[in-house]
Ligand binder design. Sequence first.
Ligand code: FAD
Ligand code: SF4
Length: 474
Amino acid sequence: MTAQEKLAIPPRGMPEQDPAVRARNMKEVALGYSAEDARTEASRCLACPAKPCMKGCPVAIDIPGFLAKAAEGDFAGALETIKKTSLLPAVCGRVCPQEKQCQKFCTVGKILKDQGKAVAIGRVERFCADWAAAEIAAGRLPAPKPAVAKPTGKRVAVIGSGPASITCAADCARAGHEVTMFEAFHKPGGVLVYGIPEFRLPKKIVEREIEGLRETGVKIETNFLAGRTLRIRDFLEKEGFSAVFVGTGAGLPKFMGIEGENLIGVFAANEYLTRANLMKAYDEEHADTPFWHGKRVAVLGGGNVAMDAARMALRLGADEVHLIYRRSEAEMPARLEEVGHAKAEGVEFHMLQNAKRILGGEDGKVCGIECLKYELGEPDASGRRSPVAVEGSEFTIDVDTVIVAVGNGSNPLIAATTEGLETDARGRIVTDGEGRTSIKGVYAGGDIVLGAATVILAMGEGRKAAASINADLA
Ligand code: FAD
Ligand code: SF4
């Protein structure tokens, strides 16, 4: 096929549940490509010799390599290529911000002068991973048996079980070390299970990956709060571990510091989502988790967490969900796809507005929110135009629930209980860029080092730290 013929192939859209239906159920929104969709979409790739898309991939997947195989219908070969550098393709194919990474640099989007028409790399990646899982489940493909080196007799403790820890644990186990993962919650997976909702990332996919980890010999201890149940230094000095990796994420919710945040009916997005996802509060027939039935909900923020909370509120029975963001839509950090999905499902967007205070009734419960209008001023340190409040522009919206989704910080527990562990002003663990911290034998990676980031970056961090651990223990 010539380049011109490839460029003439219409991009394959992603089949989705109808917005009106899906806004009231927890099933996955995006239904996934068919094999024909995946082959056709992959065949749009021009196999650019400079591979610009790879520069946008934090783990440098050989993108044209796997797309060429997928275009031929060799999905097993395509997945093998992806798995050389990425451990969680079914997850990343779903949640990576491809439009800001690989697809942003895709030549096809550039030639067609519409980056939305770039090759849908993530969707093909997702298809290959889902296809292989279905083939393995049907017994038509053998389950992969990752090569594990002969036992080294060295033990590695991995704290946390999000994407950084999963990747680090897998790489250390494959190097022959005895790896034990310690997770504070009762289920492993980190944000993949407690934060990102079922309708974006079905939990059976994360469970599959965790099962794969167990098969490489990784032991998993849940309900274990490192820093309390055991201090980090104790793993090295008392428990016989040769290395400890800290991948505890950025799960500490931030509030706005405005009047009324202590009222009944105000939630941190992380708490709201954890109750719904991890504790399955939406499944009232089977789960005992108490839940707040908000009917008129305000969500404060403009990132992925805000989108997830707003869309979750609809699924939990809200009649109205107002998403309030102090900048304009162009500055929103959330993925474009998630913004589009939220709008289609009926979330009302209030741009250039922000909460001034939350209003409560005599019963101590939220009854409204007072907001201010904003204008965009000069760019701030983040490079985005800073929001400036318009004096005297106050107005109120009647709500019974407010979900605060304005960011997450580092949990201070490990730093507070680990003498000599260097952290920065924001509580993030400082490393040498290769995962080594200020304490010999202690490594760190993921959101606890980067601040709230992305799944793929956390995985990259876990891989880097594992390489340092494996080199230092050799
Ligand atoms: P986490 O995934 O946060 O895992 C840390 C784990 O450590 C948790 O399970 C926690 O319970 C455990 N832990 C913490 N302290 C201790 C302790 N003391 N002892 C034992 N265990 C402990 N990224 C994307 O790329 N795409 C998205 O669409 C996206 N959506 C998101 C939606 C939400 C709601 C949230 C909150 C985040 C989202 N992110 C998204 C960001 C992404 O999920 C994170 O960047 C990533 O999960 C970080 O991985 P991690 O391994 O560093 O930590
Ligand atoms: Fe293919 Fe786009 Fe990468 Fe070029 S930039 S190799 S067209 S995916």
